[in-house]
Design a protein around this ligand. Sequence first.
Ligand SMILES: C[S@@+](CC[C@H](N)C(=O)[O-])C[C@H]1O[C@@H](n2cnc3c(N)ncnc32)[C@H](O)[C@@H]1O
Length: 188
Amino acid sequence: MGVDLSPAMLNEAQRRLTEAGLAASLLRGDLRCLPLASGFDGIFCLDSPLALILEDEGLAAALAAFHRTLRPAGVLVVEVYDYVRSLGEAKRRPSVARVRAPWGRILVNETHCYDQKAGQWEMTQAFTVERGGRQEIFTITHRLRIRTADAYAAAIEHAGFRIQALYDAYPGMHTGDYRMIFCARRVG
Ligand SMILES: C[S@@+](CC[C@H](N)C(=O)[O-])C[C@H]1O[C@@H](n2cnc3c(N)ncnc32)[C@H](O)[C@@H]1O
């Protein structure tokens, strides 16, 4: 079962499932009020969706929803980018990426702006997409909340979980950004 707020991402997930010959139920929903019955054995919240929840109340609501949805002693795995570590490094500088696709080319200009007071990181990506002799230009801005490992750990434990391990990678993952991977169990 997979949940995402974005219909486009759910379509992409369905495309990949079909390509891999796998089946799963995909559901549009918000992490802060997961539309699922309780009794799940595990929840995997991967690739940093919790950093897109800017307010602490929203983070608490998402973790409470995970707690409600898991069975007692169910497993929660939360992966978030470690922006605190990344901020000290080249990630703060503008970057350019050129990507070749089977159907054309993509140029991405990425700039970053860190609002220290709000603890937020704004990342703007300007895309130039060339496909079949046509060019499309558009910009996407992401606002991300920067939280320390201690802040995530405290929120996870406050929501009724016991953290069993904290990793910075798992086998086979694409690395390049610093990550924090919390493995926890529902208490009670
Ligand atoms: C960095 S992407 C990761 C996508 C996917 N999990 C993957 O591993 O490729 C973060 C995802 O979180 C989703 N998202 C952001 N806020 C959400 C929310 N409140 N509820 C559910 N999904 C959310 C976005 O639509 C986006 O697909």
